[in-house]
Design a protein around this ligand. Structure first.
Ligand SMILES: *Cc1c(COP(=O)(O)O)cnc(C)c1O
Length: 221
């Protein structure tokens, strides 16, 4: 890993008030420690088992982010310690997080994932379910859940014009929700990954999830 490059990335994001979540999925503890030693404390994983294993092995002051598709029956494993769940994409999942947060006597911070990318594989709330979720949250259906904002992904493409349009659309949906629910704290915009975070920041992202640019390409064998 190129420490000089990573340090300048960290500094640049900090200057712009953007929170870096270092996405360590598939990467060993030794690599996470290397980045930890550069001062990074926010790490993201997309699989529950891997997240729990790494949480058990790493320093207590790490803030662990769940960024991937989350099955309801696995919420219980991360509920005791997770800092922020980015990938909340159904009403049923909200119910489960509420239940598990209560069991752990915690208030769990979450983001609602908005679907905008044209790829079928990308998950998230459509507009209608997003409205229902926000309404439920506003009337305090989930006392052990603290909504902090929104997560979104652009289509994986080299067409940066399309990516910019998608981040613009995400930001518009998020801003509209924030305007409609001034009493909720909806400030976080987790938009952008290694290939598109500059575009995301230009369109309102204040949290980025960066993996391969920091840790190098992933090997899924
Ligand atoms: C893997 C992943 C990332 C990071 O991807 P990179 O392109 O390696 O930066 C960001 N967000 C989610 C949801 C991911 O699964």
């Amino acid at each position: 890993m190129d420490h000089q490059f990573i340090n300048s990335l960290i500094a640049r994001l900090k200057e712009n008030g953007v929170t870096l979540v270092a996405v360590s999925k598939t990467k060993p503890i030794s690599s996470i420690e290397e980045i930890y030693n550069l001062g990074v404390r926010d790490f993201g994983e997309n699989r529950v088992q891997e997240l729990v294993e790494k949480y058990d092995q790493m320093a207590d002051d790490i803030r662990w982010h769940m960024i991937g598709a989350l099955q309801r029956n696995k919420v219980k494993y991360i509920a005791p310690f997770v800092t922020l769940i980015h990938s909340v994409n159904t009403l049923a999942l909200l119910e489960t997080i509420q239940k598990e947060a209560l069991k752990n006597d915690r208030i769990i911070d979450i983001l609602l994932q908005i679907k905008i990318a044209t790829e079928e594989a990308k998950q998230g709330f459509n507009k209608e379910d997003l409205s229902t979720a926000l309404e439920n949250i506003a009337v305090e259906c989930y006392p052990n859940i603290n909504i902090r904002g929104f997560m979104g992904m652009a289509t994986f493409t080299d067409n940066m014009e399309q990516v910019a349009q998608e981040f613009k659309a995400l930001q518009a949906i998020a801003q509209n929700a924030a305007d409609n629910y001034p009493k909720l704290d909806l400030a976080i915009r987790s938009f952008g990954m290694s290939g598109d975070f500059d575009v995301a920041i230009a369109h309102g992202a204040n949290m980025v999830r960066i993996g391969s640019l920091i840790f190098g390409a992933r090997n899924y064998n």
